[in-house]
Design a protein around this ligand. Structure first.
Ligand code: GLU
Length: 416
């Protein structure tokens, strides 16, 4: 893997740049370049065909100066320790930017969940928690869903952890089903948080979103809810969509219920009646008001960034844009809402879920939305202010706000 595609090198490069803008203390900077802890696990899992398959996984705890480590678990065939390190660091910055009393962590298992049965996924999820058990806890490290993990997987993991502890520990994991201590509003929280940011960005830019066009790259949890909420809350037209099987276009806009039903029936957005087939790279270059990268990392690069014609990029995916592309987009006047802010609705409602678990008292969905909106707006404006005073692009501004908060906590603890 080259440095260009090594996500951890990207995360370190972003930190280095922000650290130099604020002249961060050298020891604090070095400390923040690396995770505080990481665990590598090897997992034997009985497969349906009677064989035992060995899987490898990780959990990285980047920094817990501001509170317990927090972050999702990914199931992906291309998972690497460096990807997880980067994603854990981004969780530290995300929780700090949102001013949530949590740190940053991330986990992953190298596997292809698309080829595994439900029973195999359950045994894999339980094996992971058996290995990680002593590393986790509501006051240590709290996982959540991420790429290709679901509320059902969180439920198995919660059950395994609670069995190991001999008592129910609902607060050890978030993104759980409602019947097992999940929070109302967690399902669409990532997309909803992004929509709140787009509203603020449009206000700043003086853009009218009603009837304006959006394109969504990726149609998983975040991407599909972005489609729904773009139409329902912003009155936008979603003219292009994609998933791992391809991209489709319709200048009239796609209706959410029909598209979702098609995806559920066929397993893909492709083949939707009346849609024009376009290439994945054409989707990224469409003339739209908002482009949502909502799939995997390193999608917007130095190669395609010069051709991007969106006015706003809303990064629902973590690590969607490379540092080289950031510079190009900034230079071209594209307003980027960075992942640290744009997709932070997920972890914010995860925090609400932990709070509700601790109290044993659950909020109405409306209350969750109101608290989320307040948090997202506050974080948006702290980023915006830092961008203006420091004269940097939005990602750097988000980093600066976050680093200053984490550095203050580390200083107060006497870590440097
Ligand atoms: N996986 C999500 C993220 O990257 C959510 C993490 C969480 O809820 O802890 O922000």
């Amino acid at each position: 893997m080259t440095d260009q595609t090594n996500l951890f090198a990207t995360a370190q490069q972003q930190l280095d740049e922000a650290a130099s803008v604020i002249a961060l203390d050298a020891a604090a900077h070095q400390l923040l370049r690396w995770p505080l802890r990481e665990l590598h696990v090897t997992l034997p899992v009985k497969m349906d065909n009677g064989t035992t398959q060995i899987f490898h996984g990780f959990r990285v705890q980047h920094n817990d100066a501001r509170g317990p480590n927090k972050g999702g678990i990914r199931f992906h065939p291309d998972e690497t320790i460096d990807t997880i390190r980067a994603l854990a660091a981004w969780m530290t910055w995300k929780t700090a930017l949102l001013d949530i009393p949590l740190g940053g962590g991330k986990g992953g298992i190298i596997c292809n969940p698309k080829t595994m049965s439900s029973g195999e996924l359950e045994r894999l999820s339980r094996a992971y928690i058996r290995q990680l058990g002593s590393f986790l806890g509501p006051d240590k490290d709290i996982p959540a869903p991420d790429v290709y993990t679901s509320p059902q997987i969180m439920a198995w993991m919660l059950d395994e952890y609670s069995t190991m502890q001999g008592k129910n520990k609902f607060g050890v994991i978030t993104g759980k089903p409602l019947a097992l201590g999940g929070s109302a509003g967690r399902g669409d929280a990532t997309a909803r948080g992004g929509i709140f940011c787009i509203r603020e960005a449009a206000d700043t830019l003086g853009l009218n979103l009603a009837g304006a066009r959006a394109a969504i790259q990726g149609y998983g949890n975040a991407g599909s809810f972005a489609h729904k909420l773009c139409v329902e809350l912003l009155g936008m037209k979603v003219v292009a969509l994609s998933d791992s099987k391809g991209s489709i276009y319709n200048p009239e806009g796609f209706l959410y219920p029909a598209l979702l039903a098609h995806k559920q029936q066929t397993g893909s957005v492709t083949g939707f009646p009346g849609a024009e087939v376009i290439s994945d790279s054409e989707l990224l270059k469409l003339e739209v008001t908002v482009l949502f990268p909502a799939a995997l990392e390193s999608v917007i690069t130095a190669k395609n960034a010069p051709d991007i014609r969106a006015k706003i990029i809303a990064e629902l995916a973590n690590g969607a844009t490379t540092p080289e592309a950031d510079t190009i987009l900034h230079h071209n006047g594209v307003y980027l809402i960075p992942d640290l802010l744009c997709n932070a609705g997920g972890v914010t409602v995860s925090w609400f879920e932990m709070v509700q678990n601790a109290y044993g008292y659950y909020w109405q969905e409306e209350e969750v939305h109101q608290h989320l909106e307040k948090k997202m707006k506050a974080a948006f404006h702290s980023m915006q202010q830092a961008a203006q005073t420091r004269k940097v692009h939005n990602r750097m501004a988000a980093y600066i706000v976050a680093i200053e908060r984490v550095a203050e906590a580390m200083k107060l603890r006497g870590w440097y």
